[in-house]
Design a protein around this ligand. Structure first.
Ligand SMILES: Cc1ncc(COP(=O)(O)O)c(C=O)c1O
Ligand SMILES: N[C@@H](CCCC[NH3+])C(=O)O
Length: 419
């Protein structure tokens, strides 16, 4: 079931023509499909049935409060990496007991906020962080729910910059250190060690490294239990890839869940997962308008009104995003380079991409832009911050309005000596 499709020649999101959104909101603009978000959440959750898994959506993938609220209504939790993300999740209606707090750079203030909020667990990534958390919890007279994030020394992910599970990455502690930290937490009156966590990377298209990482976790649970410690939970992280239209499909959630069940067979333990891209990636597109076609000897260039500041994945990771005209065009394609208006050669979305012939004024959609799209957008080159729109059936609403230059300038001021 695809909620982005051509109907009568018009590219639609659910029952709304995307061109109508472009006309009403302007371009560039992100558009998300409620039905797709809900379906992805359900497919992931139900893949594990009858096992009840806490599906904590990775807020970093798409932090829009309306998106989070859509998922919260389905029962989703939230995986967060800052106080800001925790606050967004709470604001969207995610209960504190379904919020996981991860990341290597949690400050004392953020840890205190998480403890006071009573989050599901804090995934601790180092000895220094565990010590800080113990102090914070003591000062608050509270007990913090802790999981130790394990670095299993397993590489995975769609790009080096998003691989997190090798031992030279900044994330987590070695398996032996995890045992030590777990015991240390168990001995601290203000820490409640609940389990272990792992997250080895993003856009993973092969189950083997995930399976290897989960086997490391299982081994650690067995070691800890042999030593008489209680281990209630495993947090398996996120990372499952999505198809970006030019590659074989990544494993389906059902295959992923079957692998998890196989690895954990016979182990009595509750599970959390932190999918981000898998839930939101294909639930969003970025709409853009062709400013002009620029002739060049090699091949024509399509200059769009969306730039790398709006969708940075191609510039950072050489990521591929499908591009579809909002009016269906049949017939032979033309090879284009597709660029934005930013003052960098890196502001190139695609090279030698075969697309139907396009003209100035035409509208296009970048596909699979619902994850790590709007959240990574900036105002580089003094551009407006891109707005976001949510569709539900035949309705759409702006869920983050365009942040204009006037509004940005209102935050700035001249120092006394320049007045
Ligand atoms: C700790 C943690 N959990 C979950 C995720 C979500 O990953 P993905 O969007 O690949 O599912 C990330 C990002 O890679 C992460 O760092
Ligand atoms: N920002 C990355 C994913 C990073 C995942 C965060 N741990 C992307 O766009 O693919």
């Amino acid at each position: 079931m695809n909620h982005f499709e051509y109907r009568g020649g018009a590219f639609c999101c659910e029952d709304v023509k995307l061109a109508d959104i472009a006309d009403a909101v302007g371009t560039p603009a992100y558009v998300y499909s409620t039905a797709t978000l809900e379906r992805h959440y359900k497919v992931f959750k139900e893949a594990f049935a009858p096992r009840d898994v806490l599906v904590a959506f990775a807020v970093k993938a798409n932090a829009n409060v309306a998106v989070l609220a859509t998922l919260a209504r389905q029962g989703a939790g939230a995986d967060t990496v800052s106080q800001g993300e925790i606050e967004r999740a709470l604001r969207a209606g995610v209960p504190a007991e379904r919020i996981i707090f991860s990341g290597v750079g949690k400050t004392e203030a953020e840890l205190a906020f998480a403890v006071r909020t009573g989050v599901h667990q804090i995934n601790v990534e180092s000895t220094a962080e565990l010590d800080m958390l113990a102090d914070v919890a003591k000062q608050l007279g509270a007990t913090a729910n802790v999981a130790i994030r394990v670095n299993p020394d397993v590489g995975a992910g769609g790009h080096d910059k998003i691989s997190t599970g090798k031992s030279d990455a900044k994330f987590g502690v070695s398996p032996d250190m995890a045992i030590q930290l777990y015991k240390r937490a168990a001995a601290d009156a203000h820490l409640a060690p609940r389990g272990l966590a792992v997250h080895i990377g993003s856009q993973i298209k092969d189950l083997a490294p995930l399976e290897a990482a989960f086997r490391v976790l299982r081994g650690l649970v067995e070691r800890l239990r042999r030593d008489g410690l209680t281990v209630e939970r495993l947090d398996l992280g996120g990372g499952l890839g999505v198809p970006y239209f030019n590659e074989p499909d990544p494993p389906a959630p059902a295959e992923y869940a079957a692998m998890v069940n196989r690895v954990l067979e016979g182990l009595d333990i509750s599970i959390a997962c932190e999918p981000g891209r898998m839930i939101a990636g294909n639930a969003g597109v970025l709409l853009s308008r062709v400013i002009r076609i620029q002739e060049r000897a090699a091949r024509p260039i399509i200059v769009l009104d969306a730039g790398m500041n709006d969708l940075i994945r191609p510039a950072i990771y050489d990521a591929y995003h499908g591009i579809k005209p909002l009016v269906e065009r049949k017939g032979p394609g033309v090879d284009y380079d597709v660029v934005g208006p930013i003052c960098e050669t890196g502001d190139t979305f695609a090279r030698k991409r075969s697309l139907p012939p396009l003209e100035a004024g035409d509208l296009v959609a970048f596909m699979t832009a619902g994850a790590y799209g709007a959240v990574m957008a900036s105002t580089y080159n003094a551009r407006d911050l891109v707005p976001e729109v949510l569709v539900a059936g035949d309705k759409f609403q702006i869920v983050r309005r365009r942040w204009t230059l006037e509004e940005q300038l209102a935050l700035e001021s001249l120092p006394d000596w320049l007045r």
